[in-house]
Design a protein around this ligand. Structure first.
Ligand code: KG4
Ligand code: ZN
Length: 336
């Protein structure tokens, strides 16, 4: 008999629902929240209220698009953390209520593990062990993936995440939130070698982006003093230079991790892995260093419920179910 699972994601500002049957994604619906744009970042209180508004229509749409009735579901899965507690609470309460009402198993999924698992949605899939660079708005991690839920953090950012480095420098340029995708777009017609920014020196496999952000701030202040139109005149080249600096830092650490662990199975994940510059540079590196490179489809990079669904599919097979007494956790390590 087929196994059909509904998965829900609500850890930050995207409300997502997906249906998976026997490992195949049947639908993947995401409702973003535009209202944070004018605040220049996600406002937690507003995010949880929006999730409350979105969750019923998003789940209905996911079921309709999949052509699946509630009664056909064999399990309900949800992101349990890490994330904003009020946002997580909406998805978790909803998922628990559905599991209870339908009398089916409840599956909890770690959001950071799910980003990694996005690499298992489409063929070919990585073989264990592999190294995954997970880069999002809240995290920058190098993960040694030994198994579906056996993940070890081997490097991370000591301050800002890579996505924050994009978003905060975009804000300095006067671009709306989230700036990452806009920098990507503007960088496409810019010269990434025109301006030089420091890459930040951190030992080992860890990262630091706060010095980079400050250097962009001083760079803009100094140039704007000399020419008030500096940003306007050079926007594409500044964006391309910002992007190439961030991407270069990420690539260098992945080369180091690959050497250190003798591992040439490399995957990328998270919102920043949607960046076209990053994808190109990693594809080139894969040829040079003989990597098997795994890159999720764009819709599976940024927050989505399909990645929760694929993680839940494997948990279902392993009979890894949760009690309805489990509470969401704002801070959750990847190895939990
Ligand atoms: O994974 P995600 O959707 O949410 C979190 O779990 O944080 O990642 C969001 C982050 C934001 O910082 C956003 O600016 C960045 O991913 N991002 C990008 C691109 N698309 C999303 N950054 C650079 N280039 C992109 N194309
Ligand atoms: Zn995420």
């Amino acid at each position: 008999m087929a196994t059909t699972i509904l998965a829900i994601e609500s850890s930050c500002d995207d409300t997502g629902a997906a249906v998976i049957r026997d490992g195949k994604i049947l639908s993947n619906i995401v409702a973003g929240q535009k209202l944070h744009e004018k605040y220049g970042g996600v406002v937690p209180e507003l995010a949880s209220r929006e999730h409350l508004q979105n969750i019923v229509p998003v789940v209905d749409e996911a079921l309709n698009k999949a052509g699946v009735k509630k009664e056909e579901l064999n399990a309900i899965a949800v992101t349990i953390g890490p994330g904003l507690i009020g946002s997580l609470m909406v998805g978790v309460s909803f998922a628990k209520a559905m599991a209870l009402a339908l009398d089916v198993p409840f599956i909890t999924v770690n959001h950071m593990q799910a980003h990694v698992m996005a690499n298992f949605i489409d063929e070919p899939v990585p073989a264990f062990p592999f190294l995954c660079l997970t880069v999002s708005g809240g995290h920058t991690q190098i993960v040694l993936v030994n198994g579906i839920t056996d993940m070890k953090l081997v490097g991370e950012s000591l301050d800002d995440a890579a996505g924050e480095a994009f978003d905060k420098t975009a804000k300095l340029l006067g671009l709306p939130y989230p700036g990452g995708p806009l920098i990507d777009k503007l960088a496409q017609t810019g010269n990434g070698t025109k301006f030089k920014f420091p890459e930040g020196r951190v030992e080992g496999l860890d990262f630091s982006f706060s010095g980079f952000k400050t250097s962009v701030m001083y760079f803009l202040r100094d140039h704007l003093k000399a020419d008030a139109d500096f940003v306007k005149k050079n926007l594409n080249d500044i964006c391309a230079s910002i992007q190439s600096t961030i991407v270069s830092v990420l690539l260098k650490k992945m080369i180091k991790a690959s050497d250190q662990y003798g591992c040439q199975q490399i995957a990328i994940a998270g919102g920043v892995s949607a960046n076209s510059g990053l994808r190109q540079v990693f594809e080139k590196a894969a040829v040079k260093y003989n990597w098997s490179l795994f890159v999720p489809k764009l819709e599976y990079c940024t927050d989505n419920a399909a990645m929760i669904a694929i993680a839940a599919h494997y948990k279902f097979i392993a009979n890894d179910f949760a009690s309805l007494g489990v509470e969401p956790t704002a801070r959750l390590n990847i190895n939990n």
